[in-house]
Write a protein that binds this ligand. Structure first.
Ligand SMILES: *Cc1c(COP(=O)(O)O)cnc(C)c1O
Length: 393
């Protein structure tokens, strides 16, 4: 228990630090200490902390219109849907507030389509270790060990296969299967990449069985992987796409995208009080227009090459197991379960701390701002080496 907190419902252990300010790659705590942030709100702050683009979009939109109600069109909602359609090739967009909510919408849309066109098919096949969010249904869809029982009874209709194992997908498919839901890079599982060959075969198999392919790009989408979307790396076309995290650049915003033939909700089937509100949509529009430019994405790719090479050198020099990732979503595998100790040592570094994340006990995850500078990447690596020396000895 932290001495700082007497009133929050306890959900996790946090360090005894209160962050008060952030600019670009840097976060400042109440004591005035600066931290180089290679976590960025869990891959959320695409342009770093407090970018002018977001401040300006929020200011301008908040002075014009904050919320006319989801019963009416508003201009940022229409413009963001059009921008997402243009950069993704998907026809239709539903805006929501979190990744879990977009994914719930994806499953609802797939089930709606299944009820109309596939004789009531409704089951969704996900993957072991997968992560799709924390609503009850998304906990069922996720493959996190233990998640089937903490809040039992859980929503049913979710089967599991193993990533990169097509035979396991074939075993999980039944005549009632309406969709397969995949993360091309399992972020929470520890930056585990789907094999290109597996993804191509999965796409062929789902097409053949008239099963929809839902790509959960909540973490990988909107520039994170050095392309606008991770599906471009795999050269496949999903039927349904979900985005969140980086889409809002730090504000709560998510999107569900689909092909025209899946545009099958009846009025009243889907909605939400804050869905498509102009304040968040204005921010998303500014982010998409900035991040999905070829010149911006080329820079993301260059920084990701630099970071990957630096991490490979760290692996050699510190005797680690390996480095992996796609774009600026990267992980370092340690030979022991010391990742939490490295995270703590990194934050405690003085005079400047380093913020990184340990999604698994033996794994460090780095997801810097997409516009991090080459000098900041170098500085992050130097700080990481220091933290590794302290924590691994
Ligand atoms: C973070 C994440 C989610 C959940 O998003 P929330 O905004 O926390 O609901 C879903 N899927 C993936 C792949 C994620 O990384």
């Amino acid at each position: 228990m932290s001495a700082l907190d007497e009133h929050l419902i306890t959900i996790t252990q946090r360090p005894d630090t209160v962050f008060v300010e952030g600019h670009g790659a840097w976060l400042v705590d109440e004591a005035g200490k600066r931290h180089l942030d290679l976590m960025q709100g869990w891959a959320v702050n695409s342009l770093g902390h407090s970018p002018a683009l977001i401040t300006e979009a929020l200011l301008a939109q908040s002075q014009r219109l904050v919320n006319p109600s989801p019963a009416y069109f508003n201009r940022p909602m229409l413009d963001l849907a059009a921008a997402l359609s243009r950069v993704s090739g998907f026809d239709r967009v539903f805006l929501a507030n979190s990744g879990a909510e977009a994914n719930e919408g994806a499953v609802k849309l797939a089930r709606r389509w299944g009820s109309r066109h596939r004789g009531g098919a409704h089951e969704v096949v996900g993957f072991e270790q997968g992560f799709h969010g924390r609503t009850l249904a998304m906990m069922s869809a996720s493959g996190k060990p233990g998640w089937g029982s903490i809040y039992a009874p859980m929503p049913t209709g979710f089967a599991k296969a193993r990533l990169n194992d097509l035979a396991s997908v074939e075993r999980a498919l039944t005549p009632r299967t309406v969709a397969v839901m995949i993360e091309f890079v399992q972020g929470e599982a520890g930056v585990v990449l789907a094999d290109p060959g597996f993804v191509r075969e999965l796409r062929a198999l789902t097409r053949e069985r008239e099963v929809l392919l839902i790509a959960d790009e909540v973490q990988t989408g909107v520039g994170r992987c050095g392309t606008a979307f991770a599906f471009e790396h795999y050269d496949v076309e999903p039927d349904i796409l979900t985005l969140a995290k980086g889409l809002g650049g730090g504000v709560p915003l998510s999107a569900l995208l689909c092909r025209e033939r899946l545009n099958c909700f009846e009025p009243g089937d889907q909605g939400g009080t804050f869905c498509g509100n102009p304040l968040m949509a204005a921010v998303g529009l500014a982010i998409v227009n900035e991040v999905c430019r070829p010149a911006f994405l080329a820079e993301v790719h260059a920084r990701s090459q630099q970071l990957a090479q630096g991490l490979q050198a760290i692996v050699r020099d510190h005797g680690l197991v390996g480095e992996r990732g796609l774009g600026l979503l990267r992980a370092l595998e340690l030979p022991s379960d010391k990742a939490p100790a490295v995270v703590a040592a990194a934050q405690a570094l003085s005079p400047v701390g380093l913020l990184i994340n340990a999604p698994r006990p033996h794994l460090l995850r780095l997801m810097p701002a997409l516009n991090i500078s080459a000098a900041e990447v170098d500085e992050g690596q130097a700080l990481l080496r220091e933290a590794l020396r302290i924590a691994l000895g």
